[in-house]
Design a protein around this ligand. Structure first.
Ligand SMILES: C[S@@+](CC[C@H](N)C(=O)[O-])C[C@H]1O[C@@H](n2cnc3c(N)ncnc32)[C@H](O)[C@@H]1O
Length: 280
């Protein structure tokens, strides 16, 4: 892969050096993200006038059908809303760790930086256990558990559009016998005291959902609690907040593991803590 990239970069530079002012050639993106057949390019503002041509050249040389301009991810559904620079079809199937993820890359977040966590979830799951994924997306974290470990999964996703891909992915990966999807706000999910494992793959406001996760969990269960944490509060956070809220709801906690997923913003990290909870 690295070798391919080394060959691609000079080729792109060579083509565009005939078309761009010389001072702009050095500002061409040196890194990009490829999800299935869709490319996400970080483009600097000074390249605005040339953005469509640049996208076309990257698409042709790398071999992508569509190119998007990297932008901000935001809102309750963590939508991307990336600008389409080249091509039109933003839906693709991305294969990672033997899992087929179909998604609309222009609208739905799929972070390459979370790959380790998606792989790790396949490793920690146990055959037959019941996993409730409270923020399922297109099955980012829970498909690997159902596919590779034979875990039973209840996947809850609030956005109707993202949910439509979640349902397709359950079919695509042949796990309809053990994975069920619900299009609802996880706060309205009626299941109580059912899960061996709960996934809380969300950021910024995840702590607000801890009481619900505890009510879904069995009296003894493991919760994978993600959140964004200012660096100055680490390493005490985010476990301290989880522990406090769990205690208020009658649970003891044991921290099993803690990992940094990625930098979320300057001075803010996306962290995951694996917590074993016991009802007192
Ligand atoms: C950031 S994505 C993460 C996907 C995956 N869990 C991961 O960590 O890679 C979070 C997903 O949770 C969904 N979501 C947000 N609030 C929700 C809620 N209250 N109930 C169910 N789904 C929700 C969003 O629509 C989005 O698809």
């Amino acid at each position: 892969m690295a070798k391919r990239t080394q060959l691609i970069k000079p080729r792109i530079r060579e083509i565009l050096s005939h078309e761009l002012p010389p001072e702009l050639v050095n500002t061409l993106p040196k890194h990009w993200v490829q999800i299935g057949e869709v490319l996400i390019l970080p483009l600097r503002p000074e390249l605005e006038a040339y953005k469509h041509r640049i996208a076309e050249v990257y698409a042709r040389v790398i071999g992508a059908k569509t190119v998007l301009r990297k932008g901000r991810i935001g809102g309750e559904f963590r939508e991307t809303n990336y600008e389409v620079l080249y091509g039109s079809d933003t839906v693709t199937v991305h294969v990672e760790n033997g899992i087929k993820y179909k998604l609309d890359v222009a609208k739905i977040m799929f972070s390459p930086a979370n790959v380790k966590e998606r792989v790790r979830m396949a490793e920690v799951a146990k055959p037959g256990e019941l996993v409730v994924d409270m923020f399922a997306g297109v099955g980012h974290l829970s498909l690997p558990m159902a596919v590779h470990k034979g875990a039973r999964v209840i996947a809850i996703e609030k956005s109707p559009y993202t949910f439509s891909f979640l349902v397709e992915n359950i079919e695509l990966n042949g796990v309809w016998d053990r994975m069920t999807a619900y299009n609802m706000d996880n706060r309205d999910f009626p299941g109580e005291n059912i899960a061996d494992r709960v996934l809380m793959g969300y950021v910024v406001t995840t702590h607000e959902f801890i009481p619900k996760a505890l009510s879904i969990a069995k009296d003894e269960a493991v919760i994978h609690y993600h959140n964004t944490v200012p660096e100055r509060l680490m390493p005490k956070e985010p476990f301290e907040t989880f522990q406090r809220i769990a205690k208020e709801h009658g649970y003891e906690t044991e921290k099993l593991n803690e990992l940094i997923i990625k930098r979320y913003a300057p001075g803010v990290w996306h962290v995951v803590v694996d917590v074993r909870v016991y009802k007192r």
